[in-house]
Design a protein around this ligand. Structure first.
Ligand code: HEC
Length: 158
């Protein structure tokens, strides 16, 4: 069907030309089809994605000190360590979710978020090497990043 294809090429060329404004700017129809879908608001992103993942790390790091003595909270099985590594990966990648257009804010937001990626990466490495002390300090680092951002951007209701 070669004879039919020629007019379609011509039509396509006309459409392409008409999508350009005289000064070469792209018209609205020419924008990429895919857009970011930042569906969760900041509250839900915190409650449903970031906080549950961070809590897996915190619940697995440090010591539970009671009258009965100290209990190391570090995982004792491979599956336990893998669960922490998975959660750390979520914390790490959440940094990118925070930096997406539609979520990112003015000021130090993206730098703080990058710090969250680094802290998550450290927690993941600690879990992968089954290092409970490194996991504890990475967990503390994650916590400091949460606080750093909240101090600037979260105006709590009285
Ligand atoms: C880059 C900034 C940023 C980082 C990093 C961040 N948060 Fe948040 N967080 C916010 C903002 C902004 C709010 C306020 C959301 C709102 O109510 O509009 C918030 C609110 C929250 C809330 C309360 C939501 C509510 O209103 O009920 C929780 C829980 C929370 N964050 C957990 C965390 C945890 C856990 C971490 C670290 C692992 C963290 N956040 C890191 C920006 C951040």
């Amino acid at each position: 069907m070669d004879s039919l294809s020629t007019p379609w090429v011509a039509v396509a060329a006309v459409l392409l030309l008409s999508a350009c404004t005289p000064d070469g700017e792209r018209a609205a129809e020419d924008k990429p089809v895919a857009e970011y879908r930042t569906i969760l608001g900041m509250r839900d992103l915190m409650h449903q994605v970031l906080e549950p993942a961070a809590e897996v790390i915190w619940d697995s790091a440090g010591y539970d000190i009671t009258a009965a003595g100290e209990k190391n909270l570090a995982p004792t099985t491979d599956a336990g360590w893998e669960r922490v590594a998975d959660a750390a990966a979520v914390v790490m990648e959440s940094a990118n979710l925070l930096m997406l257009p539609g979520r990112s804010r003015e000021g130090g937001w993206n730098e703080i978020s990058a710090g969250l990626a680094d802290a998550g990466l450290a927690a993941r490495a600690a879990a992968e090497s089954r290092n409970d002390e490194a996991l504890f300090s990475a967990g503390a680092r994650v916590y400091r990043v949460c606080v750093a951002c909240h101090q600037i951007y979260w105006i709590r209701p009285q």
